[in-house]
Design a protein around this ligand. Structure first.
Ligand SMILES: CC(C)(COP(=O)(O)OP(=O)(O)OC[C@H]1O[C@@H](n2cnc3c(N)ncnc32)[C@H](O)[C@@H]1OP(=O)(O)O)[C@@H](O)C(=O)NCCC(=O)NCCS
Length: 97
């Protein structure tokens, strides 16, 4: 059975390897694999609204903002953080080719 939708997330744990382009490089390969090999139709990602670097990365790879979910994510200090749901459709990539 084909999966239609998948959720994606990424973290480069060792900070010295951030801001070097490795995140988008790995993300792109994963997206191509998900669309072309697994035939997934929609990839979603949920990101802290304050995480500009990650949101930029998603946007650069073609993701669009689907929804902003205010005060939806419990943080370790008890606050509720705003989150953004971003989405990439398989056919939007196909159309770009
Ligand atoms: C988010 C993460 C995966 C990005 O990977 P990376 O290799 O560090 O990404 P890059 O350095 O290529 O930056 C991605 C884009 O954001 C931009 N960017 C970098 N730092 C930024 C900042 N502080 N604010 C806004 N944009 C920023 C970069 O310029 C780049 O855009 P560009 O290609 O147009 O120049 C990585 O930083 C990480 O693991 N962070 C901690 C965990 C996390 O936030 N995960 C995401 C949760 S969904």
């Amino acid at each position: 059975m084909d999966l239609l939708t998948a959720e994606i997330g990424i973290a480069i744990l060792d900070e010295k390897y951030r801001n070097k382009g490795y995140g988008p490089l790995a993300f792109k390969r994963l997206i191509i694999y998900a669309f072309q090999e697994l035939n997934i139709q929609t990839i979603g990602g949920v990101i802290l609204l304050s995480n500009n670097r990650s949101i930029n990365m998603f946007k650069n790879l073609g993701f669009v903002v689907r929804e902003i979910m205010y005060k939806s994510w419990p943080m370790p200090n008890g606050d509720l953080a705003d989150m953004v749901l971003m989405e990439l459709k398989n056919d939007s990539i196909t159309r770009q080719k």
